[in-house]
Design a protein around this ligand. Structure first.
Ligand code: ATP
Ligand code: MG
Length: 571
């Protein structure tokens, strides 16, 4: 490809809304352009990288026995009603009606579609295991589309679905995909970690998120340096902390004027924060009031609360009126005296506290000497691990203090079990001729997000630093003065030689100043730049610059292609 014919509009400035480095660089390097919030076009350079990532994904999916298919983006509502997710998915689902008033959505994911695809046709255990995948656009009307391709509303996803005859088979498929994902992200040159994850609305058994480590990431990850434990903060399990047992003193109500936060009440009563119980009030989609209690210095984990409370799908901050109607007083709450029918969830650590401070459900009043084991009505509350992990919490595997880091979730693997095969009635005949539900798994990779994460992890003040495997071009040949025919001719021959030996090269034959071309090369981030200057023509030596290290090397013309092939192996 010749740069004079390449549509790669580079920019000096990035749009004001771009916060993340990767987002800015994708604009400036001519990789994407915005059409609407969270909706983008990919320009040639961007699409080349996308295609390379997709190729790596395809190779690794196929290597594990995956077969590529293409399902419709437009999905009939009936399927989603069958699975029960038409209502669950909420505003994130892009819905539409056809001219006859029939309801459809633009696929945010394809469990329903694929299950319906195979349910009447895969009839025997002999046809299993089956792994089908596709790479296509997905649609999610994200509440806050941002960071360019990281969180967009239309995005390219690879989604594979596995069908097995039993749980053991499903676990084998899961492991295959786990291994394939590790290979894919390694081949893309990313520093990543598979972390234990919550299953979210998708439901089912276990799950890992493949997370690219980057300070700008939206996921919080707790990890252990001593063992291999890593989990998203939503998932990280925590052990109950047992307070030193004390003699239980009589419960007492005290005045705490204006002390409506934990900070204020601990200062007012002069007690350590570990002796206080904090309340957080939520309501779910049905308006049910959910009161959550954790130790004063802990934070609630909303995902764990959702998992603990049957039927709760989303949490919203509670309306004051709902709190008051339940007999509570905002800022001064405890489980004691709350009307029946309110859902109360206490963190298991709270139940092990002695002589603690908690709200009295009256404005400006708290209880002291609260002993949850004695004072909370166990029959009326759900006790569970609902606390959010924080740096220093003990590792659930080995007990060492956990560390926290941030990451970008680029892929996720789930076991689904029979969730969808049951709700959509997908069965096959097992070895004994018995109707059995498929054991399923689903496995997604965000292709655009992977590209963005790669940029986020590999850049400097001059621009992007591509890993060779996913660079739009591996090598750029730059005649410093393309108006000079000898230089252009020399550069063209070298470029053709590189291409003939299988290197993905670009010839920057634009009649621009050398400085402009070099700046573009650095911004776009080709792994290797070859400069053809008057000196090259005289000396017969070619100058090579490695984008990543900034190193400059000189190779003899006749060795050039061989040397570049070798260099590329490590870039
Ligand atoms: P998130 O928690 O970030 O919203 P998710 O867990 O809902 O993502 P999955 O359903 O697991 O996403 O989708 C598989 C992959 O698709 C994700 O790992 C991610 O790489 C990608 N992805 C999901 N949502 C988006 C989005 N809005 N924009 C770009 N990529 C996305
Ligand atoms: Mg996910």
């Amino acid at each position: 490809m010749k740069a004079s014919e390449l549509y790669a509009p580079t920019l000096r400035e990035s749009p004001a809304e771009a916060e993340l480095t990767s987002h800015k660089l994708m604009f400036r390097a001519g990789i994407i352009r915005k059409a609407a919030g969270g909706i983008y076009s990919y320009l040639p350079l961007g699409w080349r990288t996308m295609k390379k990532i997709m190729q790596i994904i395809r190779e690794e999916m196929d290597a594990k026995g995956g077969q590529e298919i293409m399902m419709p983006i437009t999905q009939p509502a009936e399927l989603w009603k069958e699975s029960g997710r038409w209502d669950v998915y909420g505003d994130e689902m892009m819905r539409m009606k056809d001219r006859h008033g029939r309801e459809f959505c633009l696929g945010p994911t394809h469990e329903e579609m694929i299950t319906s695809l195979i349910r009447n046709e895969v009839r025997s255990y002999k046809q299993l295991p089956l792994m089908l995948y596709q790479i296509q656009n997905k649609y999610r009307d994200e509440i806050r589309p941002r960071f360019g391709l990281m969180r967009s509303r239309e995005f390219v996803m690879k989604d594979l679905y596995s069908f097995d005859k039993d749980v053991d088979g499903m676990n084998v498929s899961y492991q295959k995909m786990y291994d394939a994902y590790a290979k894919i992200f390694t081949r893309c040159g990313l520093k990543f970690r598979p972390v234990e994850a919550d299953n979210g609305a998708i439901g089912g058994g276990h799950s890992h998120e493949f997370t690219v480590l980057a300070p700008s990431g939206e996921s919080n990850i707790a990890y252990c340096e001593k063992c291999d434990y890593a989990a998203s903060d939503e998932k990280a399990e925590l052990k109950t902390i047992k307070a030193e047992p004390e003699e239980m003193k009589p419960l007492e109500k005290v005045e705490t004027p204006n002390a409506h936060t934990i900070e204020l009440v601990k200062d007012f009563l002069n007690v350590p924060i570990e002796k206080t119980i904090k309340a957080v009030a939520f309501q779910d989609d049905d308006g049910r009031l959910i009161l959550a209690f954790v130790r004063g210095d802990h934070e609630v984990n909303e995902i764990k609360i959702l998992n603990a409370v049957e039927g709760a799908l989303h949490l919203h901050m509670a309306e004051e009126s709902a709190i008051i109607a339940a007999g509570g007083s905002p800022g001064f709450m405890s489980p004691m005296g709350i009307k029946d029918g309110t859902i109360i969830v206490a963190d298991s650590t709270v139940m092990e506290m002695y002589n603690a401070v908690a709200g009295a459900n009256e404005t400006d009043k708290h209880f002291i000497n609260v002993n949850p084991q004695r004072d909370f009505d166990r029959k009326k509350i759900i006790v569970a691990d609902i606390r959010l992990v924080k740096e220093g919490d003990p590792c659930p595997k080995c007990g060492e203090p956990l560390k926290m880091t941030r990451g970008i979730e680029v892929g996720q693997v789930f076991t689904l079990g029979q969730k969808y095969s049951k709700s959509l009635g997908a069965t096959f005949l097992d070895e004994n001729g018995k109707e059995t539900f498929f054991e399923m798994g689903c496995y997604g990779i965000g292709v655009g997000r992977t590209m963005a994460a790669a940029i986020e992890q590999n850049n400097d003040e001059d621009g992007i630093i591509w890993n060779r495997a996913i660079a739009p071009f591996e090598v750029v040949v730059v005649p410093v003065n393309a108006k000079n025919e000898d230089q252009l001719d020399y550069a063209t021959k070298l470029y053709e030689e590189l291409k003939n030996s299988g290197i993905d090269a670009l010839l920057d034959d634009r009649k621009e100043r050398a400085g402009v071309k070099f700046k573009d090369c650095d911004l776009i981030g080709y792994p290797i730049r070859i400069t053809v200057s008057p000196k090259t023509l005289e000396s017969g030596e070619v100058e090579i610059k490695i984008r990543k290290s900034g190193e400059i090397m000189n190779f003899k013309r006749e060795e050039c292609t061989k040397k570049i092939s070798e260099l590329l192996k490590n870039l």
